[in-house]
Design a protein around this ligand. Structure first.
Ligand code: HEC
Length: 109
Protein backbone atom coordinates (compact mmCIF):
# COMPACT_ATOMS: atom_id res chain seq x y z
CA UNK A 1 0.00 0.00 0.00
CA UNK A 2 2.69 2.43 1.02
CA UNK A 3 4.67 1.66 -2.10
CA UNK A 4 1.65 2.34 -4.29
CA UNK A 5 1.10 5.73 -2.72
CA UNK A 6 4.71 6.67 -3.35
CA UNK A 7 4.35 5.72 -6.98
CA UNK A 8 1.23 7.79 -7.32
CA UNK A 9 2.97 11.03 -6.35
CA UNK A 10 5.26 11.40 -9.38
CA UNK A 11 2.41 10.32 -11.63
CA UNK A 12 0.19 13.04 -10.20
CA UNK A 13 2.95 15.60 -10.56
CA UNK A 14 3.60 14.57 -14.15
CA UNK A 15 -0.08 14.89 -14.93
CA UNK A 16 -0.30 18.33 -13.33
CA UNK A 17 2.70 19.46 -15.33
CA UNK A 18 1.31 18.22 -18.66
CA UNK A 19 -2.04 19.87 -18.10
CA UNK A 20 -0.49 23.23 -17.39
CA UNK A 21 1.77 23.14 -20.42
CA UNK A 22 -1.03 21.98 -22.71
CA UNK A 23 -3.61 24.46 -21.50
CA UNK A 24 -3.89 27.41 -23.83
CA UNK A 25 -2.27 30.33 -22.06
CA UNK A 26 -2.56 33.19 -24.50
CA UNK A 27 0.18 35.28 -23.01
CA UNK A 28 2.73 32.45 -23.14
CA UNK A 29 1.69 31.35 -26.62
CA UNK A 30 1.96 34.94 -27.79
CA UNK A 31 5.34 35.50 -26.15
CA UNK A 32 6.74 32.30 -27.68
CA UNK A 33 5.22 32.53 -31.16
CA UNK A 34 4.16 36.05 -32.00
CA UNK A 35 6.16 38.60 -30.03
CA UNK A 36 9.27 38.31 -32.20
CA UNK A 37 7.32 40.05 -34.99
CA UNK A 38 4.38 41.73 -33.31
CA UNK A 39 6.32 42.80 -30.21
CA UNK A 40 5.49 42.27 -26.54
CA UNK A 41 3.26 45.33 -26.75
CA UNK A 42 1.65 44.39 -30.09
CA UNK A 43 3.13 47.41 -31.82
CA UNK A 44 5.25 45.38 -34.24
CA UNK A 45 8.26 47.54 -33.48
CA UNK A 46 10.67 44.59 -33.47
CA UNK A 47 13.35 44.09 -36.12
CA UNK A 48 11.32 41.33 -37.79
CA UNK A 49 8.09 43.24 -37.42
CA UNK A 50 9.54 46.34 -39.05
CA UNK A 51 11.05 44.34 -41.86
CA UNK A 52 7.77 42.56 -42.63
CA UNK A 53 5.55 45.55 -42.01
CA UNK A 54 3.67 44.35 -38.93
CA UNK A 55 0.93 46.76 -37.99
CA UNK A 56 0.43 48.47 -34.65
CA UNK A 57 -2.05 46.31 -32.77
CA UNK A 58 -2.15 48.70 -29.84
CA UNK A 59 -4.12 50.89 -32.27
CA UNK A 60 -7.87 50.38 -31.88
CA UNK A 61 -8.47 51.05 -35.59
CA UNK A 62 -6.00 48.34 -36.62
CA UNK A 63 -7.68 45.90 -34.22
CA UNK A 64 -11.13 46.80 -35.52
CA UNK A 65 -10.06 46.09 -39.09
CA UNK A 66 -9.45 42.40 -38.33
CA UNK A 67 -12.12 39.97 -37.17
CA UNK A 68 -11.26 37.02 -34.93
CA UNK A 69 -12.05 34.69 -37.82
CA UNK A 70 -9.69 36.51 -40.17
CA UNK A 71 -7.00 36.53 -37.53
CA UNK A 72 -7.45 32.81 -36.90
CA UNK A 73 -7.27 31.98 -40.59
CA UNK A 74 -4.23 34.20 -41.18
CA UNK A 75 -2.35 32.51 -38.36
CA UNK A 76 -3.50 28.98 -39.14
CA UNK A 77 -2.92 29.11 -42.89
CA UNK A 78 -0.27 31.77 -43.04
CA UNK A 79 -0.40 35.13 -44.72
CA UNK A 80 1.26 36.31 -47.90
CA UNK A 81 1.56 39.55 -49.73
CA UNK A 82 2.57 39.00 -53.34
CA UNK A 83 5.51 36.60 -53.02
CA UNK A 84 6.47 37.68 -49.56
CA UNK A 85 5.49 35.47 -46.65
CA UNK A 86 4.29 37.66 -43.83
CA UNK A 87 3.33 34.83 -41.50
CA UNK A 88 4.07 31.17 -41.99
CA UNK A 89 1.20 28.75 -41.50
CA UNK A 90 1.22 27.88 -37.84
CA UNK A 91 1.57 24.49 -36.23
CA UNK A 92 -0.14 25.70 -33.09
CA UNK A 93 -3.34 23.99 -31.97
CA UNK A 94 -6.62 25.77 -32.71
CA UNK A 95 -6.98 26.52 -28.98
CA UNK A 96 -3.52 28.08 -28.83
CA UNK A 97 -4.22 30.21 -31.89
CA UNK A 98 -7.47 31.45 -30.39
CA UNK A 99 -5.74 32.13 -27.08
CA UNK A 100 -2.96 34.10 -28.76
CA UNK A 101 -5.50 36.19 -30.72
CA UNK A 102 -7.43 36.81 -27.51
CA UNK A 103 -4.19 37.96 -25.91
CA UNK A 104 -3.38 40.22 -28.87
CA UNK A 105 -6.81 41.82 -28.33
CA UNK A 106 -5.80 42.80 -24.81
CA UNK A 107 -2.89 44.85 -26.18
CA UNK A 108 -5.29 47.40 -27.67
CA UNK A 109 -4.85 50.73 -25.93
C1 HEC B 1 7.38 36.20 -38.90
C2 HEC B 1 6.72 37.30 -38.22
C3 HEC B 1 5.34 37.05 -37.63
C4 HEC B 1 5.00 36.12 -36.67
C5 HEC B 1 5.87 35.11 -35.99
C6 HEC B 1 3.57 36.31 -36.44
N1 HEC B 1 3.09 37.32 -37.21
FE1 HEC B 1 1.19 37.96 -37.32
N2 HEC B 1 1.63 39.10 -38.91
C7 HEC B 1 2.90 39.39 -39.36
C8 HEC B 1 2.83 40.35 -40.45
C9 HEC B 1 4.01 40.95 -41.18
C10 HEC B 1 1.46 40.60 -40.67
C11 HEC B 1 0.83 41.53 -41.71
C12 HEC B 1 0.75 42.96 -41.21
C13 HEC B 1 -0.11 43.08 -39.99
O1 HEC B 1 -1.33 42.88 -40.08
O2 HEC B 1 0.44 43.34 -38.91
C14 HEC B 1 0.74 39.81 -39.68
C15 HEC B 1 -0.63 39.79 -39.53
C16 HEC B 1 -1.28 39.34 -38.40
C17 HEC B 1 -2.68 39.56 -38.12
C18 HEC B 1 -3.69 40.23 -39.05
C19 HEC B 1 -4.32 39.19 -39.96
C20 HEC B 1 -5.21 39.80 -41.01
O3 HEC B 1 -6.04 39.06 -41.57
O4 HEC B 1 -5.08 41.00 -41.31
C21 HEC B 1 -2.92 39.04 -36.88
C22 HEC B 1 -4.24 39.04 -36.12
C23 HEC B 1 -1.68 38.45 -36.43
N3 HEC B 1 -0.71 38.65 -37.37
C24 HEC B 1 -1.49 37.81 -35.22
C25 HEC B 1 -0.40 37.00 -34.95
C26 HEC B 1 -0.34 36.09 -33.84
C27 HEC B 1 -1.40 35.95 -32.76
C28 HEC B 1 0.85 35.43 -33.95
C29 HEC B 1 1.36 34.30 -33.09
C30 HEC B 1 0.55 33.10 -33.05
C31 HEC B 1 1.55 35.96 -35.10
N4 HEC B 1 0.74 36.91 -35.68
C32 HEC B 1 2.82 35.59 -35.52
C33 HEC B 1 4.07 38.84 -38.89
C34 HEC B 1 4.15 37.80 -37.97
Amino acid sequence: MKKLALLAIPAALALAFTTTTLAADGKTVYADNCAKCHGDDGKGATKMGQKLGAKDYSDAAVQAAVTDDQAFKAIKEGMKKDDKTLMKSSELSDEDIKASVAYLRTLKK
